[in-house]
Ligand binder design. Sequence first.
Ligand code: PLP
Length: 565
Amino acid sequence: MKTDIYLDSNATTDTLPAAREAANRAMGDTYGNPSSIHSAGLRARAILNDTRARACRLLGVGSGALVFNSGATEGIQTAVLSALCSLREQRARGERTGSILVYGATEHKAVPESLKHWNRVLGLHLEIHALPVNGCGMHNLAELRALAADAALVCTMAANNETGAVSDLEGIAAALSGGNALWLVDCVQALGKISLHLSSTRIDYAPFSGHKLYAPKGVGMLYVRADAPFTPLIIGGGQENGMRSGTENMPGIAALGAVLAELEEGGSFRSCAQLEQAREKLIASLSRAFPDLMINTPLDQSLPTTLNVTVPSIDSGTLLDVFDAAGIRISAGSACSAAKALPSYVLKAMGLPDWRSSNAVRISIGAATDDVTIDSACSRIEQCAAALRMAFDDGAHADGIVRNGATCLDDHLPHADAVTAPGGVANKVEPAGYTTKAQEQAPHAKVDPSLQIGAAALPDFLKLHVGTVIVDVRDPVEHAVSRLPTSLSSALNIPLSRLAEAVPSWLALPERPPILFFCRSGNRSTAAGVLLRQLSYASAFSLDGGLALAAHLLDATNKTYGDPA
Ligand code: PLP
């Protein structure tokens, strides 16, 4: 059993063992340059050809082109550049063209940012229009139909990365039938989960990314329909038929080939029905753990691998922290800004109120996630909820944990006041002078390097400094749900926000033992160490990089969190 229960597969996935082996071989025996004409080159070229052939079969590329590149962000740039260059050429020839660039309001940021960037760089100054979606994340097809005749390029996604909402591609194609717009479909989250036969659609460009489906980061593919305009983003040695120069990322392509082979004929990936069942189990467990759970994913119109939820009584930062302490990796549905979670633009576009979208979390399993992992996740989720309830029952108000009946564990914001948003959700109002999450995450400037003890040096440090006081400065709930390396298991738990209460007794000690602080990332513990040293407690130390970098110190018996067998 792994320490990590990784449920953030829409962000990235692990790599399949077969993918790692293939990448290793491509860096070992078959390290040749696929452009070389000697035998080493030919062996590399065979891998390149084999991966492309598999991708073409799986995606129904037909007479279109399948170009290897660095990932979907590059694929999106290339598609947008190609469409806009063609538009500019048409205009230069005096031809009538569409004048609006349309993108779905829930697209990955790579899409609207690319549209803005290339529209400006190419001096086109076209109107850029966000196409609204409904409460299930489905595009407004009536509006698209009305725009179709004037649209030059339309960008939609096959499936959404935050909610898993699967777009109605046939409906979009029908809405576009009244015009000549080029059509980009971001297929990143669809690969391996939705069957695609690209050449039988009117899709012009479809970017894919290896690291969302068990291949490494830095490899991707772009489908280009036969006859769709194309302008290379990168020019040089003419690789990829002149469509993308630069020596191919052969370890990445070989690994992607191994993943595609598993998709075509292997047993690594689970069926849609099995993935649905896994998601159902997670929903059941989450509902037991958090009875006020709200599901933001349109379950019957979404990828079976994605679940976006809000627990009204618990803010997303809290859930993330507690889950992370319990070894469950999930993500907020939105980026975090300086002081508090920003409402997710995806959920906002779906019409969810800010309190619900800013507290959303995304749980995304991979197409290869097995039942053991799901069962462990369910049991740990329920353990986290029990620990949060216990904190609530213990009257955690004093720690700034519970506000307005809501659980808002956040020792980074001690004594923060609360306001209640619609639906009774507590929002934090940070008083000046307290540590915000962003400050906590920012690296500490000018910290005396002697404060930091690296995880590798920890065993020797503790041998040398017998009697070290070890202090976990995380929140009590994080402390309660986490497993600690044996070397740290004697830790006292004194959250950073309550450190001031312990400091006088330490300062009064006639002989000051070393104090080693630790937390998840090393930031809170660095703050604690800096504070103590400022108070002339010279033997204060911090575990550099926190528990995140010390996972290897967990011994085998300590790794399982009491997961079911
Ligand atoms: N599009 C979607 C829907 C994504 O989820 C992502 C990655 O988060 C991207 C595009 C960008 O992919 P890459 O990391 O390969 O550039």
